[in-house]
Design a protein around this ligand. Sequence first.
Ligand code: AMP
Length: 399
Amino acid sequence: MNKKNVKDIDLKNKKVLVRVDFNVPLDENLNITSDKRIIAAVPTIEYLLEQNAAIILMSHLGRPKGEFVEKMSLKPVAKRLQEIFKDRKIIMADDCIGEKVESLAKNLKSGEILLLENLRFYKEEEKNDPFFAKKLASLGEIFVEDAFGAVHRAHASTEGITKYLPSIAGLLVEKELEYLGNSVNNPKRPFLAILGGAKVSDKINVIENLLKKVDSLIIGGAMAYTFLKAEGKNIGASRVEEDKIDLAKDLLKKAKDKGIKILLPLDHVCAKEFKEDAESFITDDCNITDSSLMALDIGPKTIEMYRNEILKSKTIVNNGPMGVFEFKKFATGTIEVSKALAEATRLGAITVVGGGDSASAVKKAGVDKLVSHVSTGGGASLEFLEGKALPGVVSLLDK
Ligand code: AMP
């Protein structure tokens, strides 16, 4: 990456302000149900501890909309951090700005960690208010951006703050950009993108951008049906975006003109109802002739075709599931594609999985450790694939 990271400047004994993504899921008793995001920040924290830095961590949690909301406090995160860094002093502030916080930050010693309270308890955070950003900046000497899940937003703690402090990337942001950046901008070929999920409209910009880069494109999930309809296929009662059919035709033509192969489902697993235990039917080919049937997953012939394409590729980016993978009966396509990604990785391909649904799909398939990289930022990775500049990244110091 062409942005400076924590290893590029001297952080010994410095007071370092780190934006992390501790937006963890909590149950009704405020127990953390997945600490994945906390664990993702550990390498940067550990590295800063090795440098004997005094560390100030800041994050948002949930959507408190600019007000103090007790159940969105970061206190459970402080508890988890103390369990992870047993022999370190973790101090939880009850605010993120103000005199008390300033005093805690001022007295923070090397090797100690101060966690600020939820940034979004102030509406100024999401408004990217310069005074709020300056107050945050006044707490440290250097700013480290490690909240990959938030870099696509220009908020006070992700972008505003970079105007007041020397700003560099943390190890998580560095790793994310390395994998996403190299796969999209410098891919080993053949380069395959696998897009799925609910809507074509959410992925238009991704498709447009990737058509400039990939050798082939697999489309699955509900969005495939708008494309199949654009090709004149019979899609029964499957989900479709009628107002995007012309666009889908354009995209198909564009791909053809550029010699990019687009793979659409050859067969489907269908049901009459959108239900976990609905009776399932497999079609013979890509047409769904029974108008009461909707496709909820890709069929076995499609899995075979997609798998072959995956195993032929050297760089693969996956964003979005192949079907309604939340329902066990309709999860096979997504799971098999995930497994094929793991197999391709074993054969030497670089495989990058982005988006919350795809990340949980590789986990469900038991291959989350067997692909090259699972992105921690759904929105951020999508915007990266769209070719957009990420405000929390462009504002960091260049190498
Ligand atoms: P997205 O948020 O755009 O990545 O879409 C993910 C959602 O798309 C998941 O909740 C899936 O259940 C849903 N989905 C995938 N395939 C289908 C399908 N064939 N019909 C309806 N929903 C689908």
